[in-house]
Design a protein around this ligand. Sequence first.
Ligand code: PLP
Length: 267
Amino acid sequence: MSPYRQPADTRAPDVLVCAGLDPSGGAGFIADTRVISELGCRPCGVVTAHTVQNTTGVVGSHPYDPEIVGHELAFLLTDVEVKAVKIGMTGSVDIARAIANALQLSAARVVWDPVMYPSRGDAPLMDEGHAEAMHVLKPHLTLVTPNKHELFMLTGLPTGTLEMAEAAANELAARLDTAVLVKGGHFDGDDSTDVLVQASGQRDELRGRRVQGGEHVHGTGCALSSAIAAHLAHGRELLEACTLAKAYVANLIENPVRPGRGAAAVR
Ligand code: PLP
């Protein structure tokens, strides 16, 4: 071995990020890599799409060239052994396909946050191909973390209440043979209970406190999925990774930053 190459077990685990670029740094690739570093891992990755956004919202979205993304990933994964993967905004079904092809080179557990629309602004962050993107990513997925709108788009089932969303998540888990995390922060109530459902039918509740105004903080979904990937990279089981990540994000939501005139962000 090269004297410059440190053995993987003596350094921070590598986590692969495939995500869109939010130039404001509140979500997407920049936020993901920040969270992953903060949790003791070493981020590496590819940008899937460029977005035009500041803290007031998203006004443009431009998926990157799928061939380049695929080439970058294949070249990276034939060299670096990543311990977990976080996929966020893919932007187009062709990029989802490029990611899925490259993931054949990795055995790492994969968390997918199926980003489709921004909470501020109306430039869609995904083309019409979300059902096909889900299909091509399916063999690689360990966990999907949709918000209630994304869960509706992926299943066609109503997700208006936590109970409805859990039923839709069970259907999605069965279809994809993967786990699905229903995020309670998107629903009314005094607390914020997430539900982790597995294809086996196992169901676990993750209890948490509701942070007033937390639903208006930008980047919570990105931070949560990245934190779960970081904990998986450290070798934790899925339920423990989700529990630790939820507590970490609750703390971020309680202490948001305000980099511009618009929304607060988790980091
Ligand atoms: N931009 C990018 C690149 C993202 O990945 C995301 C969400 O994951 C967003 C924008 C939207 O973030 P929010 O839902 O906080 O508006």
